[in-house]
Every structure is written in C-alpha cells, then in structure tokens.
Design a protein around this ligand. Structure first.
Ligand SMILES: Cc1cc2nc3c(=O)[nH]c(=O)nc-3n(C[C@H](O)[C@H](O)[C@H](O)COP(=O)(O)OP(=O)(O)OC[C@H]3O[C@@H](n4cnc5c(N)ncnc54)[C@H](O)[C@@H]3O)c2cc1C
Length: 375
C-alpha cells in the first residue's frame, strides 16, 4: 500500500518480501475492511475487484443471554459501513497494482539487518537468489510485521514497549460452508466467546475462545462444530457446516512500541503494534499508518519539509491507541475471563445490555468498528 501511494506521488521504492508471491497471496488472516480502508483502495484505483466481490455489511449482531441484538452501522455513524473481503485478496490486488507500475517488488527477499539508521543513507542487508545484497536508500519503512527485523534493528533503549497478554486464544476455522447469517455474530457465552464471520457467499470463518496453550490436535472437526453450535446456537437458527479448509490457533496480545520511528526508519503496522483480533483493527491500522507516512514522505520529497516525518509517530499513535483501547474493550466485554468470576460476568452482561439498549453506547461501538474519520 505504501509503495503504491508513493508511486502515485512519483516516488520510487523497492519492496522486499521474505515469502513467495504464492504464499502471501494465500495467507488467510483478516477480512473486515473499515470504510476508510475501502475508500483508500478505491481512491488509488485498486478497488474494482473489491467493489465486485466484497460483501458490504451494514451491521453486526451481539449475542448474549439467549438473544441476538443488531448494531446498525449506517444509522449510527452517518452512513458508514464495513466490507468483508479477505486480506489475501487485498494483497493480490496490491501486488497486481505494483507489478503494473513496473517498479521493483522482490519476493523471497529476506531483510536480515538494517544499518546506519541515523545517517542520510541507511542500508538494508537482504538475501535474494542465494546472495546477500545491500540496498541503500533515503528512508526505510519497516512494514515487516511482528516478527520482522526492522523493530529489532533499532538500538536498545530507544523504543518503549507497552504490552498486555490475555489468558485465552482463538481457534479459527475456515470452512466450505455458506455463512449461516448475513452478518457477523459476536457471541458471549458461559462456555466462552465465539464469532461467526465469513469470507464469501460459500466460505465461513468461525472462531472459538480456547486456552492460550491449547493443543490443536485436541480439536478434531466434530468437536469444533459441536462447540460452535453450543456457543452460537439459537432456537430456529441452524449453523451450516462443511469441509474444514483450514484450522489454527491465534494468541491474543496487545502491544505497542513508542516512538514508531528512529532516525531514517519508520515502523508501520504490526511491526509497531498488535491488537487482539476482536475489534478487526490490525490490517486497517497498518493501512492507516502508511497513509500518514506516505503524506509525510511526499511532503519531504516535494519541498524538503521534514515536519511531517518528525510528527509521523505522534500522529499515527493517536489512532493506534484508540484502536488498542477499542480492541481491548471488545475483548474484555465478550470473553470468559479468568476462572469465570461471577462478578466479572455480571459486569460484562451489564455492559452488553447497555450497548444494545442505548443509542449513544451503540454509536460508540459502531463508529469505532467502522473506523473513525479523525482521531
Ligand atoms: C487469525 C487472524 C485474524 C485477523 N483478523 C483481522 C481482521 O478481521 N481485521 C484486521 O484489520 N486485522 C486482522 N488481523 C490482523 C492483520 O492480519 C494484521 O494486523 C496485518 O496483517 C498487519 O499488516 P502488516 O503489513 O503490518 O504485517 P504483515 O501482514 O504481517 O506483513 C508483513 C510482511 O513482511 C514480511 N516479512 C517479515 N519479515 C521480513 C523480512 N525480514 N524481510 C522481508 N519481509 C519480511 C512478511 O512475510 C509479511 O508478508 C488478523 C490476524 C490474524 C492472525
């Protein structure tokens, strides 16, 4: 996304991706696009397939105490919505867009270290085609996810980490089954949280709250379907089942480093922050970061004005912390908390009832979920 935004400003860049094209185009992860992410993809001319194949959703359902309640986004947010479109589809569209520009995009090119970050020409050392190579540039954007080298290359003591671990994880299932509901269902239950989501009219994405050290082998398909039925089941509603295409366990973590920059390296996306997936914010935040960064880089090349670059971290972190709070709040409201303390459970139910009975509380959830225009 950043490379494309820079291209539109006439700025050259080299994209290094450690994995193969095949791998990144099929890596199933996020699927909920905020209104701002959709608008940006359209603005840069990469929204055509998204508009054709994306599933526009006007709300989500919250389920608790045997009932489902709908949160209607457009009426609560002045017409804003979300679109369900797999992250791997966004990645495919971005790769196709990049290849069309003719600018460099190297696959199976793994950065091993960043050097001379405080100088005017920082360097990336990377492996490609069996050789170690060096790339000198004006600026480095560390968009290499939570396990990349960018964050690790910043000298010790510069970045301050903020972190929270949650005492649960998500078991995720991708199934060849038509979605059982038009919208996402976030279910709070005494057995733990469950989420019904989808990727297309024929593929369902489902999640179950499990223990953080859960063994995937303990979850044969039958057990997972049975547990989903127990947590999501409602009188008169059927959970569609089908072949399980993929199954995995995802840990839940909140993490931010401050500042998101040092010298000539600028961290963006998961390289700088992680959110638990309950708020569907991770990919959207990565996009929001590089939008700020692209504007700052553009101004610097156009006029030598460094103020945008200097402010990058401060500006990006405002949205990051808003999303951190929202993701933590959704997670805390919907999961069975440690030991199933009855006081916690009463507080969660009181909060869920408030969100579903007060327009003002519902609007707060809705505007955060579809993505705030300004933070
Ligand atoms: C199960 C699951 C569900 C999720 N659901 C949602 C959701 O509904 N909505 C949402 O918004 N977010 C969601 N997320 C989070 C979202 O997927 C991430 O936040 C998002 O991918 C972050 O984008 P990124 O570009 O920062 O990092 P990544 O997507 O991780 O991209 C970083 C890239 O850098 C490459 N790389 C790493 N190291 C190197 C290196 N040394 N050299 C070169 N390349 C390197 C990696 O191969 C990768 O392709 C979910 C995540 C998971 C796991």
């Amino acid at each position: 996304m950043l490379a494309h935004l820079l291209h539109l400003e006439g700025i050259d860049s080299v994209v290094l991706e450690a994995r193969s094209r095949e791998y990144v185009e099929h890596r199933v992860r996020a699927g909920v696009l905020e209104q701002g992410t959709v608008d940006l993809l359209r603005e840069i001319g990469l929204g055509e397939r998204l508009d054709r194949e994306g599933l526009v959703h006007d709300g989500i359902e919250l389920q608790f105490a045997g009932e489902r309640h709908r949160i209607d986004f457009p009426s609560l947010t002045g017409g804003r919505r979300i679109t369900v479109y797999g992250q791997q589809e966004v990645v495919k569209d971005l790769i196709a867009g990049r290849l069309q520009t003719g600018r460099p995009l190297l696959f199976e090119a793994e950065a091993v270290a960043l050097d001379e970050l405080e100088g005017d020409a920082p360097a990336i050392r990377f492996r490609h085609d069996g050789e170690e190579r060096e790339l000198r540039c004006d600026l480095i954007a560390g968009c290499d996810g939570s396990h990349g080298v960018s964050r690790e290359s910043v000298p010790a003591g510069v970045l301050r980490p903020f972190e929270r671990e949650y005492p649960f994880a998500w078991l995720g299932i991708l199934a060849a089954a038509p979605p059982s509901n038009e919208e996402l269902i976030y279910a709070y239950s005494e057995r733990g949280f469950a989420l019904h989501s989808m990727r297309s009219p024929t593929v369902t994405r489902l999640y179950l709250q499990v223990e953080p050290d859960e063994d995937l082998d303990e979850w044969p398909d039958d057990r997972a379907w049975n547990e989903l039925e127990r947590r999501l089941g409602m009188e008169g509603w059927t959970l569609n089942t089908g072949e399980v295409l993929e199954k995995g366990i995802t840990g839940m973590r909140s993490f931010v480093v401050e500042p998101m920059q040092h010298g000539r390296v600028f961290l963006a996306g998961d390289a700088a922050h992680i959110v638990p997936p309950t708020g569907a914010k991770g990919m959207n935040l990565a996009v929001a970061d590089v939008r700020v960064l692209a504007d700052a880089i553009g101004a610097w090349y156009r006029s030598g004005d460094e103020s945008g670059l200097d402010r990058y971290s401060d500006v990006a972190l405002r949205r990051v912390w808003r999303a951190e709070h929202f993701s933590w709040w959704m997670t805390s409201m919907l999961h069975r908390l440690g030991g199933g303390d009855p006081f916690d459970a009463k507080l969660q139910l009181a909060q869920l009832r408030y969100v579903c009975s007060s327009d003002k509380a519902a609007a707060s959830l809705a505007e955060n979920y579809v993505g705030l225009e300004t933070v």
